[in-house]
Design a protein around this ligand. Structure first.
Ligand code: 5AD
Ligand code: SF4
Length: 470
């Protein structure tokens, strides 16, 4: 690909002949898919000869990989763009690019809300990024073309080192829930070929990755030729060296027997599912166009719990969607109590332009949304705490990730149920090992444990759920 970086170079301080690589600082907002996309961007930029800066102040180019899911996410990015504008007054050669979902969603407003941007590029344009940056050196450049085929399957992302890697299995979404911008900003559903995924995961395994998380907006809608998501899970489970497999986020309507069978049959598939429910009110679920009612969701939860012993469930919940009455909100609280989620991400509904619900407007005031959210969070915190406390005394296999954030002599890792566990470091315990941990105490968000003697330093592929102490 012919990339014209002359303009960028001329406008920076370096001379062309001995020009050091242009330094890019990449900042990521939003979900796991965006983090994975930034790793892809890292690979694309590296291959095109750019180097990475550790902070915006040291960069020739700052790229923000953005999120559009709620208004708040976009506001944060606009604030950051204003900060970067101030930085550019001190470093006039700096080029600023806005990538990802917000670029796609807010492309028209950005022309006046952030006129100083040099580049605005959506999630399907990354293959062209070096070329776009070359153009942006001369003229503000916008590319927001969506592409029904683009999966970047041939590009191996710059994965972070660590025990866990997030691997994109499918992109886009065809569900068009009434509140959600994703189908508009990430485009239609498309899956990565199984052979490409296998190649990627085998390479990760060879580099020491122990856990793979398959990613997609509706990851269990994965299908490629006659391979469905259950088939894919079984295939990935055969990769040597990968001890644990997870996926996020599945949609309840795509939770087929094939996926549940794979979860039940494959020991490497971990007993945790993030299964967004959004609301417990049938009226609201229908208005959202979620494709299930609360009874169907509860039946699914029962099937899953019967098939996968020790299964932990987390979810996404929203309060204050268009038309949500107090009784609808109470139905959400009821569903949350009935299921007993281990944890949840909880949000106030945020009206998004382009979505089906946009023209319906907001019917629940900000204060009322805040009250509902507070009550929901309080309830979920109690449930999370109770569920975590119920693990005290049990032993879990914890895949060690590294040092705990607080406390130098402590390590952290995840249980099979994806709960964070913290414990004292000891000789022989290393990141990537699996240790059997007896849980001694718990908060709503963390388990504190002690390596169970006799099981110390185990590095096997055991993925057992809670089991009695040996
Ligand atoms: N307002 C609030 N929350 C939203 N989500 C998606 N769209 C919106 C919106 N317009 C939430 C949903 C989804 C999660 C990723 O973000 O709960 O599952
Ligand atoms: Fe958005 Fe619904 Fe698709 Fe999830 S399934 S990404 S909420 S449209």
């Amino acid at each position: 690909m012919a990339v014209n970086l002359q303009g960028l170079r001329n406008s920076s301080t370096s001379s062309e002949s001995s020009a050091p690589a242009l330094r890019v600082y990449l900042e990521t907002y939003g979900c796991q898919m965006n983090i994975a996309d930034s790793q892809l961007l890292g690979a694309i930029l590296g291959k095109a000869g750019f180097s990475r800066a550790e902070q915006a102040e040291d960069a020739d180019i700052v790229l923000l990989n953005t999120c559009a899911i709620r208004d708040h996410a976009e506001e944060r990015v606009l604030q950051r763009v204003r900060e970067l504008a101030a930085l550019r007054r001190r470093a006039p050669h700096l080029k600023i690019g806005l990538l990802g979902c917000m670029a796609q969603h807010a492309r028209a407003e950005l022309l006046y809300k952030a006129p100083l941007l040099d580049l605005v590029a959506g999630p399907d344009t990354y293959r062209r990024l070096p070329e776009l940056l070359g153009r942006a050196a001369f003229d503000p450049t916008v590319d927001v073309r969506l592409d029904r085929e683009e999966t970047y399957a041939d590009i191996s992302p710059d994965y972070e080192s660590g025990v866990r890697a997030y691997v994109t299995a499918m992109r886009g979404c065809d569900k068009f829930c009434a509140f959600c911008v994703v189908p508009y900003v990430r485009g239609r559903e498309r899956s990565v070929a199984p052979a490409d995924l296998l190649r990627e995961i085998r390479a990760l395994s060879e580099r020491g990755t122990k856990e793979v998380v398959l990613l997609g907006q509706t990851v269990n809608a994965y299908h490629y030729d006659d391979m469905d998501f259950g088939g894919l899970l079984k295939m990935v489970a055969r990769v040597d060296g990968i001890k644990r497999i997870r996926f996020t986020s599945p949609h309840p309507s795509d939770m087929s027997d094939s996926v549940i069978d794979a979860m039940a049959a494959e020991p490497k598939l971990q007993p945790h599912l993030h299964l967004p429910v959004q609301s417990g009110s049938d009226r609201v679920l229908a208005a959202m166009g979620r494709g299930y009612d609360s009874a169907a969701y509860l039946r699914l939860v029962d099937r899953l719990r019967a098939a996968v012993p020790g299964l932990a469930l987390s979810t996404d919940l929203m309060v204050g969607f268009h038309g949500e009455q107090e009784s609808d909100f109470r139905a959400t609280l009821d569903l949350v109590r009935t299921v007993g989620f281990d944890s949840a991400f909880m949000f106030k509904y945020s009206l998004r332009e382009n979505t089906r619900a946009f023209k319906l407007g907001d019917t629940v005031g900000e204060e009322e949304k805040t009250r509902r959210l507070r009550e929901l969070i309080d309830l979920q915190e109690q449930i999370s705490l109770a569920r975590n406390r119920a693990t005290v005394g049990s032993v879990f296999d914890v895949l060690i990730e590294g040092s705990a954030r607080r406390g130098e002599h402590r390590l952290c890792g995840k249980t099979p149920q994806f709960k964070t566990a913290i414990f004292d470091a000891a000789p022989g315990l290393r990141a990537g090992d699996t240790v059997a941990l007896r849980i001694e105490s718990a908060t709503a968000h963390t388990l504190l444990g002690r390596a169970a003697l006799g099981w110390l330093g185990s590095n096997s592929a055991r993925t057992a759920n809670a089991r009695p102490e040996p």
